[in-house]
Design a protein around this ligand. Structure first.
Ligand code: NAP
Length: 259
């Protein structure tokens, strides 16, 4: 099935940097209109200036009560929503911090689900649409010290899978995005939030496990044109995640050896 996306509008959360910013650029290049949101107005403004008339932005915090309703009202006639805003947390079970855990779920899960639900109601009236959730390869398997983050992405993936079946016959597609390590502000922001200063993730990770955000963005545009349930940009990681799911003991042995 192929969809003509030219002239259609996509709302992207977390568009002030990284995957969201790259996706806004890729969608506009593909002929879409784009509504971008995040908290940093300066970043959104300069991206909107660069992308021109087909772009607008709404500044705000998606975890704030009432913001998602406001955002949708400001966005007008939407074809697609990419619930992408998210953050990480490096924390062992011994250091469990319930406030940080809840903040992570508030952003990575509850805000994304609320936005998707509001958007789905509008899409059902128009009998078309596409909802994309930014999960992770870590929605399929977990790594040490990232329990909260992996749990949030697994929860989001499960919710998306259920929603996909609900909306299957309403001409509304639901896709999850499963990036591997992507060169964005994500790792430094997670390290700062976790009280660890600057992240060493990128320097310690083999280059084949790292990618630029544009790779994810281009895969998202392809999926908007030809909808599919899951977006992967690394076939090896996709296969590894399948093996890890089939064999938890093997997964645990390999992951702990390389962590
Ligand atoms: N980088 C990776 O390796 C990787 C891998 C797998 C999955 N992911 C997922 O990809 C998504 C995007 O992350 P990224 O790598 O592009 O990181 P990023 O560069 O840090 O982008 C995160 C975006 O989320 C926005 N954001 C954070 N909190 C927000 C809030 N409360 N309200 C509104 N916007 C908020 C940030 O903007 P403001 O600060 O301006 O609000 C920023 O635009 C996340 O869901 C992440 O979990 C990333």
């Amino acid at each position: 099935m192929s969809v003509c996306i030219e002239g259609k509008t996509i709302l992207i959360t977390g568009a002030s940097s990284g995957i969201g910013e790259a996706t806004a650029r890729a969608c506009v290049s593909a002929g879409m209109r784009c509504v971008m949101t995040a908290r940093r107005e300066d970043k959104l403004r300069s991206l909107a200036d660069e992308l021109g008339d087909c772009c607008s932005f709404v500044v705000g915090d998606v975890t704030e009560a009432g913001f998602n309703e406001y955002l949708l009202k400001q966005s007008g006639d939407l074809y697609a929503v990419f619930a992408n805003a998210g953050h990480g947390l490096d924390q062992n079970i011994a250091d469990y911090n319930s406030v940080q855990f809840q903040e992570l779920f508030q952003l990575n899960v509850f805000a994304a689900v609320e936005l998707a639900s509001l958007a789905a109601n509008e899409m059902m009236k128009k009998k078309q649409g596409h909802i994309l959730f930014c999960a992770s390869c870590l929605s399929k398997f977990a790594t040490p010290s990232h329990g909260a983050y992996c749990a949030s992405k697994s929860a989001l993936e499960a919710f998306a899978t259920s929603t996909r079946m609900e909306l299957k016959h309403k001409n509304i597609f639901v896709s999850t995005v499963h990036p591997i390590g992507t060169r964005t502000e994500f790792f430094d922001a997670s390290a700062t939030r976790s009280g660890k200063g600057v992240s060493t993730f990128e320097s310690q990770t083999p280059s084949w496990l790292m990618q630029p955000p544009e790779k994810v963005a281009n895969a998202i545009v392809r999926c908007l044109r030809r909808p599919k349930p899951e977006i992967w940009t690394n076939t090896t990681m996709r296969l590894i995640s399948t093996v890890f799911t089939a064999s938890p003991r093997l997964a645990s042995t390999i992951i702990t050896r390389f962590s």
